[in-house]
Design a binder for this molecule. Structure first.
Ligand SMILES: [Fe+2]
Length: 304
């Protein structure tokens, strides 16, 4: 059984040292923020845009985690903790289970605006934190952390990692205004923000917990399948049941490839708000979008 280092999460915590950011680092944040802001109006879900405004995450520069945490904490009890980079799964889950969101501090270089190997502060803060002020999503993230600790002990982490990937990082949501983005991997990527809604190639299918847990994902390209939720309550409700019997059921089934469709899939047939407009938006010039890769994912990618 995997030893869960619940108490060791604090050993991965570092100081943000906000006062040490250079003017160039703040300027890169501004560049990224302003570009995404232009793209995301009409593409991001309203809860995300509301969260940006409520938390004061803006083009001014890299936020001070302490100030941001104070506003967030007052709303939903979440706080941001600074970490040096990807942290082990058990540590990551332990943070989430305590309503602590681990964020990297460094910002990408100017020559890495569209791709870098690991999440940076723009992805972590601008992509993830705005939704943590939404009460239902905030509860989902904590439940996910609790479920992660349990999945580790049961040896089914891969299935649970797929749930995070296809929801928190690359999820789409059906709204009254049309299809919108809530996944942070997409929201922090100029290329995939356009591709996921406009491009005819990827599958867009209705969220189904078992289907998601069976589906492999790619870390080296835009996604070939997106899962569409009805609302955040659907996500939270999906994490309520005991996953142990679901893991056993799925373990007996083959994995589904990232591009594949199966008979039980329900295609999303609603309209994309962006379809038909911006046909020439950024697409293939961009590298894969940032999502929380597991350390195992990164090792496998390097070995290919
Ligand atoms: Fe992420």
């Amino acid at each position: 059984m995997t030893e869960i280092r619940r108490g060791s999460a604090s050993r991965f915590t570092i100081e943000q040292r906000w006062q040490d950011y250079s003017e160039e680092e703040h300027a890169i944040w501004r560049l990224l923020f302003e570009r995404q802001q232009r793209l995301l109006v009409g593409r991001a879900c309203p809860e995300f845009l509301d969260g940006l405004g409520a938390l004061g995450i803006a083009a001014g520069g890299i936020p001070d985690f302490r100030q941001l945490s104070d506003v967030l904490d007052a709303a939903t009890g979440w706080r941001i903790v600074a970490v040096p980079g990807l942290v082990p799964d058990d540590v990551f889950f332990a943070f989430l289970a305590r309503r602590r969101f681990p964020s990297t501090c460094f910002v990408r270089r100017r020559d890495q605006l569209d791709y870098l190997q690991e999440p940076d502060v723009f992805h972590d803060i601008c992509g993830h934190v705005p939704l943590l002020i939404n009460p239902v999503f905030a509860d989902y993230m904590q439940a996910y952390g609790q479920g992660g600790l349990k999945a580790l002990s049961l040896g089914h982490l891969e299935q649970l990692a797929r749930l995070y990937w296809y929801t928190v990082e690359f999820g789409l949501i059906d709204t009254r205004e049309g299809l919108r983005i809530y996944g942070s991997g997409i929201l922090s990527s100029a290329g995939e923000s356009v591709y996921c809604l406009d491009d005819p190639r990827p599958n867009r299918i209705r969220f189904d917990l078992r289907r998601v847990m069976q589906t492999r994902y790619r870390i080296d390209d835009f996604q070939q399948t997106y899962f569409v939720i009805d609302d955040f309550q659907q996500l939270f409700d999906a994490t309520l049941p005991d996953f142990a019997p679901i893991y056993r059921e799925i373990a007996a089934l083959p994995d589904i490839e990232p591009h594949a469709l199966i008979d039980s899939d329900r295609a999303f047939r609603g309209n994309s708000p962006a379809a038909g407009r911006q046909k020439n938006g950024p697409q293939s010039n961009y590298g894969p979008s940032l999502g929380r890769k597991r350390l195992e994912d990164v090792r496998q990618d390097h070995n290919q």
